[in-house]
Design a protein around this ligand. Sequence first.
Ligand code: ASP
Length: 321
Amino acid sequence: MTHSADRASAAGHGLAHQDILSVNQFNTDMLGAIFALTDEMRSTVRASGGCDLLRHHVLTCLFYEPSTRTSASFIAAMERLGGSVIPITQGVQYSSVAKGESLPDTIRTVEQYSDAIVLRHPEVGSARVAAEAASKPVINAGDGAGEHPTQALLDLYTIHNELGTLDGLHIAMVGDLRFGRTVHSLTRLLLQYDVKLTFVSPEILRLPLDLMNAVRDAGLPVRETYSVADVIGDVDVLYVTRVQKERFTDLAQYDEAKGFYNITPDLMRDAKSRMVVMHPLPRVGEISDAVDTDPRAAYFRQMENGMFIRMALLAAVLGKA
Ligand code: ASP
């Protein structure tokens, strides 16, 4: 369905019967509408656990890469809205994919049984390929080191929810800025706001040049550093990521880059009293467990927001909200 996804209507969320492939398809009006719908989903879950908005609707979750949060939250979202899910996830090796079936053929097959498809795939651009083959909405749940738009939406929603605003914030992204697709998508979304950005990484994990150029073209104040201690006292959001081991062709390089950062209670002593630490998870040592009880640690609240955002997105693309 790619033909219309990039020019979704500016009125409301504009997502009815659309694909969600990249954050580039969202403007601030659409984001406001999606966040309002997400608030409603949160209230519905809090009040009664869910509703029947998507009754008799079926979602296929096709995951060619491991996932815990994204797949679980899409399944929970669909079920809380009264719909059901065909999960083709860790078992993808038992499906026809393992027999050499092409992605377009798999997509054309699963859309016969479902109303929308959520796809995670190791190749950049795979979601677009799937969307071209599909006549039902395709939602990109991560295409290699490319994008992870629904994660960026839940990240942005979390920042807004935690701090009450986006404009005027100083946001630091820490860790694997080169391969971290959540960083890529969130950075692109933030270009629409009046924020200050700091990118914190070792040399080999710096933000890709095209993205850095996009930040500069947007006219936002930006700097790069390798030291969290440099920025911890000034940031409103510390967005921490793991080093993406699976994207390295040379594991010696991974070994060199891993373990570079560890956010500890000691480091948090220098942070503002009103700020948040976020992480798309899984963490593999970047944030010490002792930080979890700090009220500024927002990463588990962030995960719950993932379910509310995905409820809103499913209702929207299926034309029900
Ligand atoms: N869960 C996120 C993703 O799928 C972050 C990560 O894996 O590091 O991109």
